[in-house]
Design a protein around this ligand. Sequence first.
Ligand SMILES: [Zn+2]
Length: 444
Amino acid sequence: MARHRPPTRNSQLDALFACPLIHDMAADIGTLGTHPRRHPVAFHLAFGAMVRLFGSGNRLDAELAHQETWDRVVEAYNKGAALHPAGVEVAPTAPPLLSDTHRHVRNRLTRDEYLEDLLDSFTRHSVGIAQEVGLLRPDGPGSRTYPHPSRTIYGDGTVVRPMYGKADHGRQDPDAEEHARHDGLIYGNDLVAIAARGPESGRRVILAVGRVQERGHEGDEAIRLIRMVHAIAGDGIQAVVYDGAFRGVHHETVMTEFGLVVVNKVHAATRDENSRSHRKIPLGQWTHTVRNRPCVHTLVICNGAVHDSTLDDSGRLVLSDALVRKQVRRYARGHGNGWRFTLGVTVPCPREPFTAWISPHRQTGDRGRGRPDQMRLIPEVDPYFQTLYGLRNDSESINSGYKRTLIVDRAAVLGWRRQVVDLMSWGILINTAAWKQHGASSEA
Ligand SMILES: [Zn+2]
């Protein structure tokens, strides 16, 4: 693999101002219901992203206090604005924007009447950038059986610690609360990001950001964000990778409502330090005819995969190796009622191998979280699983990449609304850098 040079601050600024993203979003959200400003809304969006690039509003203020730096930023910004049909330029006589002034605009953006439109606009145009850099292309590679990594979206939640700890009386973040994560109990706001990426470094696009509204319901927020991305990208997406926050109900929604394959491990029934053990879920009997006689197989799910089974001499259930996947098929249910999947596996019957077709959906009579919680269209044992599940590691580097821009790992702002906008601002940096480095226009 080629050695990766991380983009310099200047090249990130170039990308931020050259990419249409800030102007596209500003055109969507309008003037925020006030008089024309000295600094256009698109410039405020860029400012929010620059705060993440410089680490804090104070540091950015100090940089922009140099007239030369300010002039260079305005020149780069205006060049991009002039190329955009909805671009609004900064007057050459305008004084430097300071974070104190920017805060008023940011607070407006976080109001109910704007926040949803802002995040929606970010998603819409970020999906556009993803497609420009060759991701989520409806005409791209891959299939239902082998979804392509470039058409797979993935995500994770991360708890951002508030600016002040619980002990700092009187200055607490009103929205922070304790979150039980796999890595322990953390106090803060649980933020979720959905992304797509290519194999090269820097070809990564943040598609949607949000906040877990109800403690312990990260899966629900992830579904809400995936729904937003899917509404724009449609069949450009083939699969979704998510971690343990998904349970049966989330799998069922992703399959039936969005028509997408979920790549996710199965929750273990028991887990100690060294091993996970999984429940065995009977699927029922499949009968095929060999030389005019019926031959019956009892299929069982274990750790997401389908197994053939037999009973040993003492009546105990013995599973075959996981059956090899042959094909994943998807059917429209008609009248806009979503999708049904079916998985074909090869049953290697010694008399005559055959294909068994199995529904991964919830069954009548399912108890508990049901079949979608336990069965996978691409189980962990499948050689293709890791190709897609490996994207999950990038979720963790998204979280740590964002947190590296925060001072001592603490939220830069108070309250979940500002934190979501702050994470989105970091996303603007990442997406514009991807556009510059990997977009069609970068080849010109
Ligand atoms: Zn048989």
